[in-house]
Design a protein around this ligand. Structure first.
Ligand code: GDP
Length: 313
């Protein structure tokens, strides 16, 4: 069993560890009455917060989302004790366990997105010190689609799908101030073994030795049950205390499969159950779809709060 801390590089000691679990019931009444006590610059629209649509629906009440305080991701400098329950619950981003902090909001919109370079070694990556977020996941998880959806371009991520670039660390500069990093997909059965080993080696080196890496965004396909290789990846990140956000993709695929397949919400819940022991505190997670753009703005808000905190510390 691995017990490690989440987001250790920037704020491991900020996580709340309450003795008594508290539950937040998100209802429409609560949301419509809630006002944030935290002075946030500038307040994001309420539509980004949890609504009646349940993410992990409790068995008793399908109209609400119930999350214990321990299962929330509390960003750094978020003092839970000074918040009343209603405002805290109203600050949970829609389809996620992420609480929005005072650091969210600045630089959320993607105005410019440019491909900068492909690197085969960590030392070759851009050296300007700008903060970065790395997207990684199994081949076919929807990484290119998500990247394109985040930057609102149809084909930007195709750059990293070109022959010769798929095994590289691909840097995209956003708003001239931070990077989205596209890492090679793992678990591609057709790749020769030596190549697969090499990818693992250099991506792991990147995770361990890239000081400007604010958080890894590990993409998991929510339309299928958890895969062993995804669990191993999450476990490795947890063991090595690499800050991580879980991004569940393809959450629009709602139909039950004939062979007993589960709905995305169920797969999301199962995955979290399976990785629970890898981390001391629950990692941030968010449900997305590149088809409906679900979670797009919420990911960008989450990135903004991690980035703004990182820049100030
Ligand atoms: P990558 O290999 O991880 O870069 O995956 P791609 O972005 O190329 O997507 C792989 C396949 O999944 C393509 O057929 C996409 O159209 C599909 N796909 C990607 N994202 C989504 C999504 O959010 N919903 C659905 N339904 N399909 C998706």
């Amino acid at each position: 069993m691995f017990l490690t801390q989440q987001i250790p590089r920037i704020h491991s000691h900020f996580f709340a560890s309450p003795k008594t679990p508290k539950f937040f019931l998100i209802t429409s009444a609560l949301l419509s009455n809630s006002k944030s006590p935290i002075p946030l610059p500038p307040p994001p629209p309420l539509s980004h917060f949890s609504t009646l649509t349940p993410t992990v629906p409790p068995p008793q009440d399908p109209e609400s989302l119930q999350l214990s305080l321990e299962s929330l991701f509390l960003p750094p400098d978020t003092d839970v004790s000074s918040l009343k329950e209603a405002p805290l619950s109203a600050r949970i981003l829609k389809g996620s366990n992420i609480v929005l902090s005072k650091f969210a909001g600045h630089g959320v919109d993607v105005v410019n997105a440019d491909f900068v370079k492909s690197s085969v070694k960590t030392e070759e990556c851009p050296s300007d010190g700008a903060p970065e977020f790395a997207l990684v996941g199994r081949s076919n998880v929807g990484k290119s689609s998500l990247l394109n959806s985040l930057v609102r371009r149809k084909r930007l991520a195709l750059t990293s799908k070109k022959p010769g670039k798929t095994q590289c660390i691909n840097h995209f500069r956003i708003n001239d101030s931070w990077y989205l990093v596209d890492l090679p997909g793992y678990g591609f059965a057709a790749a020769p073994h030596e190549v697969r080993t090499d990818w693992a080696k250099f991506t792991k080196d990147y995770f361990l030795n890239r000081p400007t890496l604010v958080s890894v965004f590990l993409l998991i396909d929510a339309s299928i049950p958890a895969k062993k290789i995804d669990l191993e990846y999450a476990s490795w990140l947890g063991q090595n205390e690499i800050p991580m956000t879980l991004v569940f993709t393809k959450c629009d695929k709602r139909k039950k499969k004939k062979n007993g397949g589960k709905r995305p919400e169920e797969n999301v819940r199962d995955f979290q159950e399976l990785i629970r022991d890898f981390f001391k505190s629950t990692p941030p997670w968010i449900m997305t779809s590149s088809v409906t753009n679900q979670g797009r703005d919420e990911i960008l808000l989450h990135m903004s709060q991690l980035r703004n905190y990182w820049l100030k510390h």
